[in-house]
Design a protein. Structure first.
Length: 286
């Protein structure tokens, strides 16, 4: 109920901005040209680098056609708790490789190269440890409004499938989901991002799939050509837990050049069972 009315409210609120975007008559060399995987966008026409990281709220902008982009957690520490269980995961080189197929669509492969996991009960002294390759995910993003980065509103849809490829997922199953990210350009180099994510996850102990909903809102400000700062609010609900679990996320962003961005940050839990995360990462485009 909450999600249905939230989507209707979001679309209604954005309708005037969508109409304004459609009325813009600016010419865009990028949008009018017929670029694709085999006819890359010339490097002097590449748009501003707008990756999905570092927040949970993703960018509605795709990778330029014919170009490659790598978004990577160099390291990420995740502390979790659920009932009496405590877990700690350490990810190294958790990468998302992207390739621009057309000027509105890109293909993405999420490759968790190496992770170390530890888990124990409240009264256990020893950790149960695991390590190795994570679960591979295939993603497709298609933008249907504002991918030229000149419109005040941009919207896209991301569909993904996650495969149980890790050693820990021997009793796992295929997961999947849909993500709807929206970007609204604000005056004075502010950006507002809104997202609704719906996932079908798998519980290997219960041997069944369950639904998760995760809306989020992020705002960032570009203080200079080098430095930006992001603040984000995330909340989630799923069929296996009662109530909503929320966090506030913060991340400084450093634009080293037009094709390289670095960031670090933290997810500060507002709910007892929400994950606490700390990370360092970067984005590289070629």
């Amino acid at each position: 109920m909450f999600t249905r009315y939230s989507v209707l409210w979001l679309l209604g609120a954005l309708a005037p901005l969508q109409l304004a975007a459609q009325d813009l008559k600016k010419s865009s060399p990028y949008d009018s040209a017929h670029f694709d995987l085999f006819h890359p966008v010339p490097r002097n026409q590449l748009r501003e680098l707008r990756p999905d990281r570092p927040g949970v709220t993703e960018s509605p902008f795709t990778v330029d056609a014919g170009h490659f982009q790598l978004e990577t957690d160099a390291v990420r520490l995740i502390n979790s708790r659920e009932d009496t269980m405590r877990s700690r995961d350490f990810h190294v080189a958790y990468a998302v490789a992207k390739m621009g197929l057309t000027h509105r669509t890109d293909l993405q492969v999420e490759v968790p190269l190496y992770s170390i996991g530890k888990e124990r009960g409240e009264h256990q002294s020893e950790w149960n440890k695991s390590r190795g390759f994570g679960d591979l995910a295939i993603r497709v993003k298609h933008n249907f409004l504002g991918d030229d980065q000149e419109s005040p509103v941009a919207m896209s849809v991301v569909a993904y499938t996650r495969l149980p490829t890790s050693k820990q997922a021997r009793n796992g199953a295929i997961e999947g989901g849909l993500i709807l990210p929206v970007n609204i350009m604000l005056p004075h180099k502010w950006n507002l991002d809104v997202q609704i994510e719906s996932d079908l996850n798998y519980d290997s102990e219960q041997r069944n799939h369950y639904l998760r909903m995760m809306p989020s809102v992020a705002i960032d400000h570009e203080f200079s050509d080098l430095f930006s700062f992001l603040v984000e609010g995330v909340t989630q609900w799923d069929a296996e837990h009662s109530g909503w679990r929320s966090s506030i996320n913060v991340a400084p962003i450093f634009s080293i050049n037009k094709n390289l961005q670095a960031d670090f940050g933290a997810h500060l839990a507002l709910s007892k069972e929400m994950d606490r995360e700390f990370f360092v990462g970067f984005t590289f485009r070629r």
